[in-house]
Design a protein around this ligand. Structure first.
Ligand SMILES: [Zn+2]
Length: 263
């Protein structure tokens, strides 16, 4: 009798665990629209692609990426983390001055599914204030850290008039420090018309400068070189690079609220 009870308990626990794992995966899966609409890709009938960078600003790597973009005459979108924005406001200002777009990637890169309504609002609003103080603009695009969202997260983001932006090219796992060639190959394998690519110019908005942390934690050199490789290859294939707000305009959506400079 006891043995049967033990088996049943074990089966129930295994099922619960499986459900929890599936639930967790669904909240982070970039393409699912279960919790509400998000932007996953741009128009698939135009030879355009959007390069996006998460987790910065993070000098000197963000600056190096900006140099590559400048040299290649390409504009990208930076989803910045509030705590890094206040540490390096000049880098954000430069991103904007050079024609790149900014997105809100929360204040401290928390997992938003664990936040309540007020928490979601506060982390987005505090980051918005930091971006405005740094660069004089308000952005209306956001990307939840880890891609993690549920109904509550998307509802609060929408109340603040944010367009949630995910991605279509599977993450190249650049946080595991692969070489630039590996990052580029992982991205290029999946790029198509209207693709949204994610690279990282920082590491969850961690401010490494002047801290007693491993310098490797913030090392994004491979992403700098991967940027060059990806741009050159895609240009040869006839792709045009657009920012996320430009991508949204091509789709005819959210033109006025997606992104605007505040006067
Ligand atoms: Zn992130």
């Amino acid at each position: 009798m006891h043995a049967r009870l033990a088996v049943r308990t074990a089966v129930c626990l295994a099922l619960l665990l499986a459900l929890a794992v599936i639930g967790y995966e669904v909240t982070e899966s970039p393409g699912n629209q279960i919790f509400g609409k998000t932007v996953v890709r741009g128009p698939t009938n135009q030879r355009v692609v959007a390069l996006t960078y998460d987790d910065g600003p993070n000098p000197p790597y963000t600056n190096r990426i900006l140099s590559v973009l400048r040299a290649e005459r390409v504009r990208a979108t930076f989803f910045v983390v509030g705590r890094a924005v206040v540490a390096y406001p000049g880098v954000v200002r430069q991103e904007v001055e050079e024609g790149n777009a900014i997105g809100n990637h929360t204040w401290s890169h928390g997992h938003l599914v664990l936040y309540d309504e007020r928490g979601v609002r506060q982390t987005l609003e505090r980051t918005d204030r930091a971006i405005y103080a740094a660069a004089g603009i308000h952005t209306r695009i956001m990307r939840p850290p880890f891609g993690a969202r549920d109904w509550l997260v998307l509802r609060e983001a929408r109340k603040l008039r944010y367009v949630p932006v995910m991605w279509s090219v599977p993450l190249p796992r650049d946080w595991d420090y692969p070489t630039a060639h590996v990052i580029a190959a992982r991205v290029l394998r999946y790029v198509g018309d209207g693709s949204i690519i994610v690279l990282h110019d920082g590491n969850r908005g961690i401010v490494c400068e002047g801290r007693r942390v491993s310098p490797r934690l913030c090392d994004r050199n491979a992403d700098v070189e991967a940027t060059r490789l990806i741009i050159r290859t895609l240009k040869q294939k006839g792709y045009r690079f657009v920012t996320i707000p430009e991508l949204l305009r091509l789709q005819g959506r959210a033109t006025r609220t997606a992104y605007h400079a505040s006067g």
